[in-house]
Design a protein around this ligand. Structure first.
Ligand code: ADP
Ligand code: MG
Length: 224
């Protein structure tokens, strides 16, 4: 049977040392994300949002519990395998865009394709399609400093989507944007989700979170 589940977290715990004590950043997290989901997670500062995203994106490892990605327990993977899967199957969007300033929008989108040895012809097709999806065909030759905040984030989204990842992880994608650009970026995410992209988005903005298909809250490392 082909499973519809992209991510499954079972009893995930993560603590950090704080002086002589341990601080519990994630406390018995259980979460299932299916193909086509659009999950928004809100929570106060320090509630565990980034810790959760880091574990989901293989940038950190839980102390206990199981993380199943596309049905496979991540415990069986080596560091090299994890970074390979991360590069191919997980798209990241960050609050501060993380675009390379000396490259054009198109070249930024192309970068992960070059890393993954996609042929030049394929790269061109994929880049144009990705830029078109976020409405930036006309801005492909602009460098990041020639783009607005919302446009920069749309380039970052196009780059994250270039390899058609199994999941898009967005950590405060609208955190640096004004309300109108935030709405614009969210509408782009909604459109991608309507086309089948599975998305987990962290946000401070409950009004934006309500527009996702599911809205969960995290408080003191626990999900509600
Ligand atoms: P959020 O992203 O919701 O603001 P975090 O996941 O960054 O929250 O942090 C959750 C808790 O874990 C906080 O109490 C934070 O201080 C603590 N924490 C996060 N990262 C570290 C770390 N590298 N070392 C020690 N404590 C950390
Ligand atoms: Mg954070």
């Amino acid at each position: 049977m082909i499973s519809n589940t992209v991510i499954e977290l079972k009893n995930i715990n993560k603590t950090y040392p704080l002086g002589r004590e341990n601080i519990s950043a994630l406390n018995d997290i259980n979460l299932t994300v299916n193909k086509g989901d659009f999950l928004a997670i809100t929570g106060a500062s320090g509630s565990g949002k980034s810790t959760l995203m880091n574990i989901l994106g293989f940038l950190d490892i839980q102390d206990s519990g199981d993380y199943l990605f596309l049905g496979e327990n991540c415990k069986k993977y080596s560091d090299a395998e994890l970074s390979n899967i991360r590069g191919r199957k997980i798209g990241f969007v960050f609050q501060s865009f993380h675009l390379l300033p000396n490259l054009t929008a198109r070249q930024n989108v192309e970068l992960p394709l070059i890393y993954n040895h996609i042929s030049k012809k394929m790269r061109k097709n994929i880049c144009e399609e990705a830029l078109e999806k976020v409405g930036l065909t006309e801005r492909g030759n602009h460098k990041p400093n020639q783009l607005s905040g919302g446009q920069k984030q749309r380039v970052a989204i196009a780059r994250a989507m270039a390899l058609s990842p199994s999941i898009l992880l967005a950590d405060e994608p609208t955190g640096n944007l004004d309300p109108i650009s935030s709405e614009d970026v969210l509408n782009n995410l909604i459109k991608l989700n309507n086309d089948g992209t599975t998305i987990i988005m962290i946000t401070h903005d409950k009004a934006l979170a309500k527009k996702a298909k599911r809205h969960l809250q995290i408080q003191n490392g626990r999900i509600f």
